[in-house]
Write a protein that binds this ligand. Structure first.
Ligand SMILES: C[S@@+](CC[C@H](N)C(=O)[O-])C[C@H]1O[C@@H](n2cnc3c(N)ncnc32)[C@H](O)[C@@H]1O
Length: 419
């Protein structure tokens, strides 16, 4: 309840809030807090819609948060009558503790009506107006209307459903190739993505041990496209310009065949220590150098100061974006996006791509990637860049991964060549 209040009142990100949980919190409790916060924010549109209709004026934030979390527990529990009674009872106890007895009485009356309203709220028909899907599927109306226009109604509904489903943990195997065949059956290989597996829930301690030993990395299968398109050559030096927290930098390091270097740049600040830590897992023989710098300002100077080249045969630019491809994990993204977010991102992305191009050696590869499904941030940025390069770069290959088609995150990746 406290985290949810912080999320709404202070506009803090869900993943950062979860990182703020006490380090000594037992793993089971931590997992439940995570499931409750993520689940409540994921389904907040539907829950809040009913709460608004049931209350004449808004309660205090803590009471609202209790009702919202109870709403998610009711959705999660379905028609189980015993669970309904336990959720109502628990909510009343918590509101008594964190607010007042009077507010607990109010919460008790509202949560019982909320349970009935949620139970009666059935899924819209496939061809129902998108506004119905937006309300039921807890997405901003403008966003799903936009998807209907860009793709079509079936795709928009499939995408919304995908975002509303709980995300399994996906991992990339980094250990010995031979050991891959002996992995347990609760790790299901991802078709078309060698080394990637989907983990059944309930195996975190085993996964954590592999991750600790550097044999596994939590990573979505869609991240492979950018790294694949980069066509990393054994022993070469690769520049990753937007590297933190380092998922793709480490994947690049793993492809260098035991020699070579990854130069991982990101803005100075709070993401740096994590990038540094994550790259400590680079294979022996591969050098990983972290550089605090700005792609768009003084990058050549910062590289020179570290005795590093200013141009490279392989450059990755994994830009900040709207994150529409990863909304199943990043459940608060849909509530933060604004209709003009895509245009604003695209302007910055083009500027970053133009700046990144200066770091590419003659004949070199430049991969531009996003975790957005929106053409504005993908094809359109790349097309504008190619036009602006006046023949200096050509587009060689691209991949668009759409979650409702591939079953994993959305991503765009484009390989450009300096000709
Ligand atoms: C999508 S994330 C990168 C994720 C990373 N490639 C990975 O796979 O773990 C985008 C990154 O761009 C960084 N960034 C944003 N503007 C930048 C700039 N002007 N120069 C360098 N990095 C920048 C952000 O700090 C953020 O870490």
């Amino acid at each position: 309840m406290r985290l949810l209040v912080k999320w709404r009142e202070d506009e803090e990100r869900v993943d950062w809030l979860l990182e703020s949980l006490p380090a000594d919190m037992p793993a089971g409790e931590r997992a439940r807090v995570q499931a409750l916060l993520v689940g409540t924010v994921r389904h907040l549109g539907r829950i809040d819609g009913h709460l608004d209709a049931l209350m004449t004026r808004p309660p205090r934030p803590t009471v609202w948060a209790g009702l919202a979390v109870a709403g998610f527990e009711l959705l999660e529990g379905g028609a189980d009558e015993g669970l309904k009674a336990r959720v109502c009872h628990h909510l009343v106890e918590q509101v008594k503790r964190l607010a007042t007895a009077k507010e607990a009485g109010f919460a008790n009356a509202v949560v019982r009506k909320l349970a009935a309203a949620l139970a009666a709220d059935v899924e819209p028909a496939a061809d129902a107006p998108m506004a119905d899907w937006a309300r039921w599927g807890s997405h901003p109306d403008w966003l799903v209307q936009r998807w209907k226009m860009k793709f079509n109604q079936d795709a928009a509904v499939a995408f919304l459903r995908w975002n509303q489903s709980a995300a399994p943990v996906l991992v990339r195997w980094r250990g010995e190739a031979a050991a891959k065949a002996e992995l347990p059956e609760w790790l299901t290989p991802i078709e078309g993505a060698p080394d990637f597996f989907s983990a059944e829930p309930g195996h975190w301690p085993e996964l954590a041990a592999w991750i600790e030993r550097g044999e596994m990395q939590v990573q979505d299968a869609a991240t492979r496209h950018a790294v694949d398109l980069l066509q990393v050559q054994p022993g070469e030096t690769v520049l990753d310009l937007c590297a933190a927290p380092g998922g793709k930098s480490l994947a690049i390091a793993d492809r260098l065949g035991g020699s070579g270097q990854v130069v991982a740049m990101d803005l100075p600040g709070r993401r740096m220590p994590r990038l540094q830590r994550n790259l400590e897992a680079a294979p022996s023989g591969v050098k990983a150098t972290v550089v605090a710098g700005n792609v768009m300002q003084g990058a050549a100077r910062v590289l020179t100061a570290k005795n590093l080249p200013t141009t490279y045969a392989a450059v990755l630019l994994d830009v900040p974006c709207s994150n529409t491809g990863v909304m199943r994990h990043r459940v608060d993204v849909k509530w933060r996006l604004q209709p003009d977010s895509f245009r604003r991102h695209a302007i910055q992305q083009l500027d970053m791509l133009l700046a990144a191009a200066e770091r590419v050696a003659p004949g070199g590869r430049l991969v531009y990637s996003t975790c957005s499904v929106d053409p504005e941030e993908n094809e359109q940025v790349v097309a504008a860049f190619v036009r602006r390069s006046h023949g200096a770069f050509k587009l060689e290959e691209s991949v668009m991964s759409l979650p409702w088609e591939t079953g994993h995150d959305g991503a765009g990746a484009f390989r450009l060549r300096r000709v």
